[in-house]
Design a binder for this molecule. Structure first.
Ligand code: IMP
Ligand code: MG
Length: 206
């Protein structure tokens, strides 16, 4: 019997944890193509390195990179953030996997899934700038600017969102739902209960 015929199996897309679709895949693809075009124009004759922040930025990076008509390279950095109360990051960040490439003199584009308080990406900016790249810019699929703590200059933004916690297209809830092709709101009641349980726990960033 295959997985789909098993009555016990809850289809991923039918999970009660998921709320409404915020951004369907075709809408995401259209926006990603626009950002890819903007990067192609802005970095004409340059060879930028797209630095994806593991793990949430990876799905966005794979689609975005194929919409950029330049000789780019890609690299990955892994970071973990200490989560404070109410799931707001504290900005206390640790690198769990460093870049493979030497970025000195290179044009860097940080590719993020979502910028919330801005603390994580600001740490990353400081860290990458200390390696003397030619330039560092930020490209994020989602911007939740209403919770911003650290002022952040974002060059490319996919969509701006509000308070809602979102999953899919790389974004996770407890490491799940990254493989959904659209971006969904999470069911608020379920998240609220969980935030209380998670309070003060250490969490790998994604
Ligand atoms: P901050 O900007 O330092 O607050 O943290 C941003 C990181 O928190 C993102 O890269 C995500 O990994 C995670 N994050 C924030 N909001 C969400 C969300 O709604 N869904 C999934 N992950 C989120
Ligand atoms: Mg992230």
């Amino acid at each position: 019997m295959n997985c789909r015929q098993n009555q016990e199996f809850e289809n991923l897309y039918a999970s009660s944890i998921l709320g409404k679709v915020l951004f369907p895949n075709p809408v995401i693809q259209q926006r990603v193509a626009q950002i890819g075009k903007a990067i192609t124009d802005d970095y004409c004759k340059k060879e930028p390195i797209l630095v994806s922040v593991l793990r949430g930025g990876v799905v966005f990076l794979t689609d975005l990179s194929r919409k950029i008509d330049l000789e780019i390279s890609i690299d990955f950095i892994g970071i973990s953030t200490y989560q404070g109360s109410a799931n707001i990051s504290t900005g206390i960040v640790k690198i769990t996997k460093d870049l493979e490439e030497n970025i000195e003199g290179k044009d860097i584009i940080i590719v993020e899934d979502i910028i919330d308080t801005g603390l994580t990406v600001n740490y990353l900016l400081r860290n990458l700038k200390s390696r003397n790249p030619a330039s560092v810019e930020i490209c994020t699929l989602l911007d939740r600017n209403i919770r911003r703590i650290a002022e952040t200059k974002i060059k490319y933004t996919g969509f701006t969102i509000g308070e809602e916690f979102v999953v899919g297209y790389g974004l996770d809830y407890k490491q799940k739902f990254r493989n959904l092709d659209a971006i969904y709101e999470l069911n608020r009641e379920i998240v609220k209960r969980d935030i209380e349980i998670n309070e003060g726990s250490r969490n790998e960033n994604g």
